[in-house]
Design a protein around this ligand. Structure first.
Ligand code: AKB
Length: 312
């Protein structure tokens, strides 16, 4: 069957890179980008685009039928820091949009669904280093609660209705095409922009607050990888741990200084540090590696060099 793909949240940090990659693999016309607002010119001009509020299930069905969509990549979410400011809105957006897609899959309108979870699904009593695939999960943020609940609903729809839904727990994602918004890990992108522009950065996390991170090309490779894997290889239908490298702000600043020796980092710690302290520092992703062959290409040093090269 020839695939027709809908990407929800195409203007966001992941969506921008994912649409480009999907279009280069499946053809421009086979990938419909959508968002509540217009996407970048590159996305709008290179293939079909629909304005779509992911909370509107009727409109989602209309777009799916209009384009004969077979697969959906659901990338819409209010991230951790913003959802702490607007808890009900965060919950509504994250859960309603997921339910619309799960129900459309259950009713046979699409045959495959991708929905991302996050390291935020873990919590303060989760083991923080080499966090196992199956362990204590007690998220302390609205975003994390929505991700853990979403994982369980995905598993439920898979077991009960046979929905082919696939998911990954993203670490903090670093990219240069589109900046993230409203996350706890956003500093790891912002720091590159400020290092090049001002040669200084004021960080809101403490210097030793380490988090798992990944460069966007690897995140895109994993996302498309799990969707293209044979169904029987995707044995976990909650969400897979995924890992590349971990660092704290001080370590990242040290790596940037190798390229920009005059770079200075100061600290003004805020509530996001508390969020980060409730998340893992490193992740055991052996199940993703064993089950469907996940392997990262970029280490920390490669990521830093590539970010600076592209942003320059
Ligand atoms: C956030 O910081 O909220 C996200 C995430 C780790 O899911 N980047």
């Amino acid at each position: 069957m020839s695939e027709k793909i809908l990407v929800l949240g195409a203007s966001g940090q992941i969506g921008t890179d994912l649409v480009e990659q999907l279009r280069s693999g499946y053809g421009n016309d086979a990938v419909v980008a959508s968002d509540i607002k217009d996407a970048s010119r590159a996305i709008m001009e290179s293939g079909p685009f629909e304005v779509l509020d992911a909370k509107d299930g009727n409109r989602m069905l209309e777009v799916i039928q209009k384009h004969g969509i077979t697969q959906v990549y659901h990338l819409v979410a209010m991230l951790s820091a913003t959802a702490e400011k607007f808890p009900e809105k965060g919950w509504e957006l994250n859960m309603e949009s997921l339910f619309h897609t799960l129900k459309l899959a259950k009713d046979g309108y699409i045959h495959k669904l991708y929905w991302p979870s996050s390291i935020a699904a873990f919590g303060p009593t989760t083991p923080r280093t080499e966090t196992p695939q199956f362990t204590v999960m007690d998220p302390g943020t609205v975003y994390g609660i929505s991700k853990l609940s979403g994982e369980l609903w995905c598993d439920y729809y898979h077991k009960k209705y046979g929905v082919d839904v696939r998911s990954i727990r993203y670490p903090g994602l670093i990219s240069y095409k589109t900046e993230p918004g409203g996350g706890t890990t956003d500093y790891a992108v912002d720091i590159f922009h400020k290092a090049l522009k001002d040669k200084r950065y004021e960080c809101y996390l403490a210097e030793d607050t380490a988090l798992p991170m990944m460069y966007m090309p690897d995140a895109i490779k994993a996302t498309i990888g799990i969707m293209e894997a044979p169904a029987e290889e995707v044995k976990i239908r909650t969400s897979y741990n995924l890992s590349a490298f971990s660092f704290d702000p001080k370590t990242l600043a040290g790596h940037i200084r190798k390229h920009i020796p005059e770079f200075e980092m100061t600290y003004h710690i805020d509530h996001r540090n508390d969020i980060a302290l409730g998340w893992p520092q490193s992740i055991d992703d052996s199940r993703a590696r064993e089950d469907w062959g996940w392997k990262n290409d970029y280490g920390l040093e490669d990521m830093v060099s590539d970010m600076l090269k592209n942003l320059k």
